[in-house]
Design a protein around this ligand. Structure first.
Ligand code: HEM
Length: 376
């Protein structure tokens, strides 16, 4: 299921970024965020929650949750694309809310049934799901509270981008980069424990501030800067060689962290410079390196779980080839897109397309390697 969700997300990103000139802005954003990213995050969480709680792998029934979330995203896009389907935004919000509630309840049950304490990454995932649920409730609340629609829309936007996607991505990056570098960092778990309150408080203040009281948003951005600054500084100290390399997933994961921080800087600058478009930095400079970097590392395991052998190593090395060059192009695409220049979005779409073609070629090349051959 996860490889299919990765393909869907990459296809949605490329289609939306290339079509951004013709489709409206809200359709483009929801194709990327609600159809591409949201179901993938549900799939990834269903995979990682058993790992974080040291419980058995999920049954096949759980695969229904990413599909339910996807249905919500499709309704939302249809509602923005077709005037007759305006009701679809409420149907979409309701379906995605159900999916978020069920995944959160499943995670809590897994936690209650485990021995000992869960990995601190679990609390980040649960906070992210709670943000998504509140963001969707904000859309539904617009029915009863139309005079507050402007504020509710901003609440939805920030709880989703910084809360749902941001909390999931930053906690996953903190664990994934040391794995990619092959040098585990024993300080990751304490970092996750210490920094969650800063990230959650930052998200809530930015969202409520942007919706109803501007100065709070600036304070929230400063709170978010604490975990991002700490993680960035630690990475530069421990993994500088892997980050500034020509090949591998590490440059892409570092570019994703930089892209997330940049989207917040562009958001803060938007009040002073109207040409600043933070959502473009988010979709062109943060999500593409995040998804392609994570896929370069995880796709081999997701395609064939179990014993990791030569096939996995060969595929991983081929997926990471020129990862450093792609990371630089995504950074450029994000910054240019954030300055309201359309070609930044196209540059990111073209770079993503390059990764997709490289993935297809890599899968063909490793076909001859037996899956059970141990790596040398
Ligand atoms: C699946 C159910 C969803 C529904 C029904 C929904 C609905 C809406 C609605 C009605 C708006 C206001 C559009 C307007 O101003 O005309 C909106 C805006 C927005 N939503 Fe969603 N949304 C959903 C999911 C998401 C997700 C998962 C994300 C991100 C992770 C997201 C991010 C945004 C953003 C960034 C905006 C602001 C767009 C702009 O800049 O104008 N939404 N959404």
């Amino acid at each position: 299921m996860l490889p299919a969700l990765v393909c869907l997300a990459l296809a949605a990103f490329v289609t939306a970024l290339l079509g951004s000139l013709h489709a409206g802005r809200v359709v483009t954003l929801h194709l990327i965020l609600a159809v591409g990213a949201m179901p993938l995050i549900f799939g990834a969480m269903s995979h990682f929650i058993p790992v974080l709680t040291r419980t058995r792998a999920p049954g096949t029934g759980l695969a229904g949750l990413p599909v339910l979330a996807l249905a919500g995203g499709v309704f939302a896009v249809a509602a923005f694309g077709f005037p007759d389907m305006a009701w679809g935004r409420y149907a979409g919000a309701f379906l995605a809310l159900m999916a978020a509630g069920l995944l959160l309840a499943w995670s809590r049950r897994r936690q209650a049934g485990m021995l000992g304490r869960p990995h601190p990454g679990l609390a980040w995932y649960e906070a992210a799901l709670a943000c998504l649920a509140c963001a969707l409730l904000a859309i539904l609340a617009g029915v009863f509270w139309p005079q507050q629609w402007v504020g509710l829309r901003r609440l939805h936007l920030h709880l989703n981008t910084l809360g749902f996607i941001g909390l999931t991505a930053v906690s996953t990056l903190a664990v994934l980069l040391p794995t990619v570098a092959g040098r585990p960092d024993p300080q990751v778990a304490p970092w996750l424990r210490r920094n969650l309150p800063w990230a959650v408080a930052g998200t809530v203040l930015v969202a409520v501030g942007a919706a109803w009281f501007g100065p709070l948003a600036g304070l929230g951005a400063m709170l978010w800067a604490v975990p991002l600054g700490r993680l960035g500084a630690r990475w530069l100290r421990l993994y500088r060689a892997e980050i500034f390399a020509w090949h591998g997933a590490a440059p892409l994961l570092a570019a994703a962290l930089a892209g997330f921080a940049a989207s917040m800087v562009f958001g803060a600058a938007a009040a002073a410079f109207p040409v600043s478009t933070p959502t473009s930095v988010f979709v062109a400079g943060f999500l593409p390196p995040l998804v392609s970097g994570a896929a370069s590392q995880l796709l081999p395991v997701w395609l064939h779980p179990g014993m990791q052998g030569e096939w996995h190593a060969a595929l991983r090395s081929r997926l990471g080839r020129y990862g450093g060059a792609r990371a630089a192009l995504f950074c450029l695409g994000g910054i240019v897109g954030g300055m309201d220049q359309e070609w930044g979005l196209f540059l990111s779409a073209a770079t993503l397309l390059w990764f997709m073609l490289q993935t297809s070629a890599a899968l063909m090349q490793v076909r001859a390697i037996p899956l059970d051959r141990p790596s040398s």
